[in-house]
Design a protein around this ligand. Sequence first.
Ligand code: ATP
Length: 284
Amino acid sequence: MKSVTLNSSAKINLTLGILSKRLDGYHELDTVMQAVSVHDVIKLTKKEKGITVCTNLPYVPNDSRNTAYKAAKLFFEQTGIDGGIEISVEKNIPVAAGLAGGSSNAASVLKGMNWLFGTGLTLDELCKMGAKIGADVPFCLMGGAAHATGIGEKLEKLPKLPQCHIVIAKPPVSVSTPEAYSAWDSLGEESGKIMYGDMAQALQAQDIDMVCERMYNDFERVANIKIPAIAEYKKIMTEFGAKGTLMSGSGPSVFGIFGSQNQARKAYNELKKKCREVYICRPV
Ligand code: ATP
């Protein structure tokens, strides 16, 4: 086989608590993530030598800064395979949005190359490789729902969200994750609450109302100060029947969870009047 095409899914955070800052400058996190059906499409084609990346967005780098490139380079280094790969990335996941688009692309490249080159690496081995590229890469390899701790790389699988409709809207600003952490540090606050046990229980019970009551994100407090659209979009989602709304990751994307497709569609239509990047999706 010479080429393979994969869907590369976004994620949302159902809870996100920022814990202590480590001596190496990284923050310890406690988060529950869920993969969703908004996805990029990645096509990998074998070639003689070298790594090339092309994307459909001019502001996403096509060189060694691209997470897909980093993943391919690491794969060749670690497996000792002397080959080349052409990577095409069709971006649909908003960029710098708190939806782990870059991490997901890296995960898809590792998974696809493992298949294409017949290396037979286990999920665990791929996750170890992925963690070198970014803390969210192991989760993106795993998919579904999971509890992550450490800097996001220690994972424990959870039952995925029960069937529901998720609306995601990204305000027209980008958030850099390092800047979001500095803003959190300058607030000098403690994490509001560690919600993990509660969220795991809600997912195990497959109780969507309980999940929505227990959603929580420390970064939202920071982002709310600078980005009024977050509160505005959440309000619209709630008015149209969302059971719960939250900002994802370090933001600025906001999501709402709906029990009915009709309500989700109406919220989507309303948000579309204000915001270009709006999506309806499902848990995957
Ligand atoms: P996270 O939720 O993991 O913090 P994010 O959704 O906030 O991620 P990304 O979309 O991954 O952020 O993009 C962050 C930065 O990485 C952007 O500035 C972008 O230019 C760069 N980048 C590198 N490779 C990619 C890629 N394959 N897809 C998207 N962005 C990429």
